[in-house]
Write a protein that binds this ligand. Structure first.
Ligand SMILES: O=P(O)(O)OC[C@H]1O[C@H](O[C@H]2O[C@H](CO)[C@@H](O)[C@H](O)[C@H]2O)[C@H](O)[C@@H](O)[C@@H]1O
Length: 261
């Protein structure tokens, strides 16, 4: 017998096959101080190979990280890797899909980048992550009030610099990101389901943060379920079940092939 919530058990046992969508940071892997500190984790790689090899699960990792980072972290073929919230996709069959023209996106970010670099210059606890398709300001180690003020200022600067018909500026916990409107996990999820429509498969998405909630809504609107990986109760109404941390999540994911019809 498994230890899943009743709703998830019912969903899984209703079909012989599963489409499984996974977030990376905070879901499969614990957070680290800096994005570059996250090394490929043998336990994650082994788990994803195990799930893929079960023959019952079609896997996709949908992440805010750029695709090149995901490929380095997950050197596993036969699974779909969707980077920058689903803007750049390496499909399980090895084909690459870019949903926008990079040369149309990048020039506006090139204007914003030096403005943000200047803003955080000599400030403790901030760093700028250039993801190519988007720019992210991290304030993980900045003092509370300073972080809030600076991120607010950065948001104003981005709003002044970018065309809101093409770009969005998304806040997060001690985080701000400027990127194309399509860089959104809800949009990414819709696209993944569009290019590979589900057939006699249950749908499941696991993610940890507010950016994942857009994907939660899409998977639920298609009859699937959303699982939040988090020990705190945040916006509980939107999720179907909860796992406390990446370690427990990896353990639970191992039980999935055995839970299918
Ligand atoms: O969608 P995800 O796979 O969850 O990616 C979300 C963001 O992950 C990375 O930032 C976060 O993880 C870092 C490493 O643990 C941590 O240092 C940082 O504070 C977190 O915000 C990545 O750097 C971002 O680009 C992703 O959007």
């Amino acid at each position: 017998m498994n230890n899943s919530d009743q709703k998830i058990q019912t969903l899984l046992s209703s079909q012989p096959r599963l489409r499984l969508f996974l977030d990376y940071d905070g879901t499969l892997a614990d957070f680290r101080d800096h994005p570059d500190q996250v090394e490929p984790l043998p336990e994650v790689i082994d788990l994803l190979k195990f799930l893929r090899n079960s023959g019952k699960i079609k896997l996709a990792v949908l992440s805010g990280r750029r695709l090149a980072h995901l490929q380095a972290l997950i050197p596993v073929n036969g699974i779909t890797l969707a980077g920058t919230y689903g803007l750049e996709i390496l499909k399980a069959d090895g084909s690459l899909h870019y949903r926008l023209d990079y040369n149309r996106v990048r020039p506006a970010l090139e204007v914003l980048k030096p403005i943000w670099i200047e803003l955080i210059k000599d400030k403790q606890g901030f760093f700028l992550e250039d993801k190519g398709w988007s720019l992210a300001l991290h304030a993980r180690f900045a003092e509370d009030v300073i972080a809030a003020n600076l991120l607010e200022k950065a948001q104003d600067q981005a709003a002044e610099t970018l065309d809101i018909k093409e770009f969005r500026v998304v806040p997060g916990h001690r985080f701000l990101e400027a990127g194309p409107l399509l860089a959104d996990k809800g949009e990414g999820m819709k696209y993944l389901l569009e290019i590979d429509p589900p057939e006699e498969e249950s749908l499941l998405y696991l993610g940890d943060d507010d950016k994942d909630e857009a994907a939660f809504r899409v998977i639920q609107s298609c009859g699937g379920a959303a699982i939040r990986v988090c020990s705190n109760v945040i916006n509980q109404a939107i999720e179907d079940w909860r796992l406390p941390n990446p370690q427990e999540t990896r353990l639970w994911l191992r039980s999935l092939p055995g839970q299918l019809a």
